[in-house]
Design a protein around this ligand. Structure first.
Ligand SMILES: [Zn+2]
Length: 272
């Protein structure tokens, strides 16, 4: 890494990581509050030129460039700095006590990290997935129990069971059954972009909240890296060379990535 003269806290040659957001306008009300993920100019300012995350080098705003813990492998940091910060930011914001009971809907790229972070926060964690084959892995990530979302009887057993439902799934969601898994005044946090179609009766009668959460600000990013390092939170990643980017995208589309694919620049120094 090279740095401009005004950059503080980073020096030439440091090993650093950049998340999905590489800059922000620095002037809007959200940037001034430090909530840069809500920057009013986010669509114009985030994309790194010329090829975004596929570039072999980029110019980024130093506020979004983070030093990596020395012993953290680069492929671990790569997955943590996107999926990791997304789930960490939501959990850090809404897990106000380790007494809270947390359900994670979807055991994939985001979900397998959400289970690990929620477990490390000391919460009782339920993993909910439509893939029963993921049960053992979900329990291995720290889930206290696993519920098959397609099994109505199992879902009924967790009715009114959770303070927080973190939704990392994008489709095939039975919203009525999922909202019933929340305690009254519980909160559903959406991290993906699923279509939502629901009957408002339970939402109103149970005084539920629905919230979205997008990545995390730079303070959250650095706290997440440090917390992950301290608690041994490790994404399961599959390394593929950048030359196989099209095969990698196809694998993601077919839902066959377990659980994140990290593309490696052939010139990069990365541990296999
Ligand atoms: Zn801004």
């Amino acid at each position: 890494m090279e740095t401009a003269s005004a950059v503080v806290g980073l020096k030439r040659g440091d090993r650093v990581g950049i998340g999905w957001q590489g800059r922000s306008c620095g002037k809007c009300e959200w940037c001034l509050k430090g909530e840069t993920q809500l920057c009013m100019e986010i669509e114009k300012t985030t994309v790194m030129v010329p090829y975004g995350g596929f570039s072999s080098s980029v110019v980024a705003d130093h506020r979004f460039v983070h030093p990596l813990p020395p012993t953290m492998p680069s492929q671990v940091a790569a997955a943590l700095m996107c999926a990791g910060v997304t789930v960490y930011s939501a959990l850090r914001t809404y897990v106000t006590s380790p007494e809270l009971k947390v359900a994670i809907l979807g055991v994939g790229g985001l979900g397998h990290l959400a289970i690990q972070f929620a477990h490390a926060f000391g919460c009782e964690v339920t993993a909910i997935s439509s893939s029963p084959a993921k049960k053992e892995q979900a329990l291995g990530f720290g889930a206290d129990r696993f519920i098959n979302s397609l099994d109505r009887d199992s879902m009924r057993q967790v009715n009114y069971g959770h303070d927080l439902l973190i939704c990392t799934a994008n489709d095939g969601i039975n919203w009525e059954a999922q909202l019933m898994a929340l305690k009254k005044r519980g909160r559903l946090v959406l991290l993906g972009f699923p279509d939502i179609k629901l009957n408002s009766t339970d939402l109103v009668a149970h005084e539920l909240s629905i919230t979205g959460s997008l990545i995390g600000n730079p303070t959250m990013m650095r706290a997440m890296l440090s917390f992950a390092q301290e608690h041994g939170i490790t994404p399961v990643v599959e390394l593929m060379p950048m030359s196989q980017v099209n095969e990698a995208i196809q694998k993601v589309k077919e839902n066959k990535a377990r659980y994140r694919i990290v593309l490696v620049n052939e010139t990069a120094d990365i541990e296999a």
